[in-house]
Design a protein around this ligand. Structure first.
Ligand SMILES: Cc1ncc(COP(=O)(O)O)c(C=O)c1O
Length: 362
């Protein structure tokens, strides 16, 4: 049996009439950027995930960057980012004109540790970007309280956490802006790059709408320095077709994750990373005793795995800036041990048994 990390084909097959219908209308209208599908998608996403407004953009990275730009921090301000996340989180901080300042993650869930964020915050720190890694919501009450006390803006990176809530509350209740990615491997994917910002603030939604479109108000006058970070209509067609299925697909991910938990209980080779309440199970991640051997063994049996992520951000050349090995020991150790196992909504249950069986046979 060959088992990929992710397979989009069943999602496309299941929703084909819907996306074909949207595409047919798009080709009638020939409005490929900032048209009716993007606007409808924004309304549908805001309604589905419990925010007042949504602003569709070109990628998750652009969403984080625009959320930070709109916060208008001081030039060169520092932004707290977890040492374990996608490099794009910190790239977005740099692109916005700020400097990432790293903090460690907690041992059990590998999410930004509020105590480390507090300890690492400095005189120039003005914002924090919690990352809902692997689909699990961070401790937003604690981080929100910290941000309030220190006067920091919070922009959430929910690029891996579509439809996630925290304590039953929409994520926009905890900070002005929440950023999502629609990269093709995500729980709600498009067929290229895409992203969105959710917010409850009409003023912020309007500012973000200008920031993504050259600083214009649908005219040819640039009022502020801004970028071109618009979502194209073709991606909106696929996203609108997938969105009504998302809760069902997330439920299937959760059920497969529970099966993995059972099948791997007591394994000598791997220990699953604990999931927090409300996780939307974007990735199923384990810590492996002998990672390279395990991945090679699984690959020999046609089972593909990933590492999210192999190098902590403070040791990546783009962000190094004086950080040393040993600065964030929990993230560093996790980067040596973690492996992401195959998981997508239509993955057959037999694939979980196959993966667990092969792990046991190492
Ligand atoms: C946690 C996290 N942050 C940021 C990003 C960047 O999103 P995008 O690839 O859409 O720019 C991603 C996805 O790649 C991600 O997983």
């Amino acid at each position: 049996m060959s088992i990929p990390m992710v397979d989009l084909r069943p999602m496309l097959a299941e929703t084909e009439p819907a996306w074909r219908g949207h595409l047919a209308r798009l080709f009638e209208q020939m409005q490929f950027v900032l048209g009716e599908h993007g606007e409808a998608l924004e309304r549908e996403l805001a309604a589905a995930w419990g925010s007042r407004f949504a602003v569709a953009v070109a990628s998750g990275t652009a969403a984080i960057e625009l959320g930070l730009r709109a916060a208008r921090l001081s030039p060169g301000a520092e932004v707290i980012v977890p040492a374990l996340t996608s490099p794009f989180t910190a790239q977005a901080v740099l692109a916005a004109g700020y400097r990432p300042r790293f903090a460690d993650v907690d041992r059990a869930h590998l999410l930004l540790d509020p105590a480390s964020a507090e300890a690492r915050g400095g005189r120039r720190t003005e914002a924090v970007v919690p990352v809902h890694l692997y689909g699990q919501p961070c401790d937003l009450p604690a981080l929100g309280e910290l941000a309030r006390r220190r006067g920091w803006i919070m922009v959430q990176d929910a690029c891996q956490a579509h439809a996630a809530r925290c304590g039953g509350q929409p994520l926009t209740r905890f900070s002005p802006a929440v950023a999502y990615s629609f990269y093709p491997t995500k729980n709600l994917p498009c067929l290229g790059d895409g992203g969105v910002l959710l917010t409850d603030s009409a003023r912020l939604a309007q500012a973000l709408g200008r920031l993504r479109d050259g600083g214009r108000r649908r005219d040819q006058v640039a009022r502020i320095p801004a970028l071109n970070a618009r979502l194209d209509e073709m991606q909106a067609c696929y996203l609108r077709a997938f969105l009504p299925k998302l809760d069902e697909w997330n439920a299937r991910r959760a059920s497969l994750a529970r099966l993995y938990d059972e099948a791997l209980a007591g394994s000598r080779e791997v220990t699953p990373v604990e999931r927090r309440e409300g996780s939307v199970c974007h990735l199923y991640v384990v810590r492996a005793r002998r990672r390279a051997k395990l991945r090679a063994h699984l690959a020999r049996h046609g089972i593909l795995t990933g590492i999210h992520y192999p190098v902590p951000l403070h040791l990546q050349p783009a962000f190094r800036n004086g950080w040393q090995r040993g600065d964030f020991p929990v993230a560093e150790r996790a980067c040596r041990e973690i492996v992401s196992l195959p998981l997508w909504p239509h993955m057959p249950e037999s694939a979980v048994e196959e993966v667990a069986g092969r792990i046991a046979g190492l």
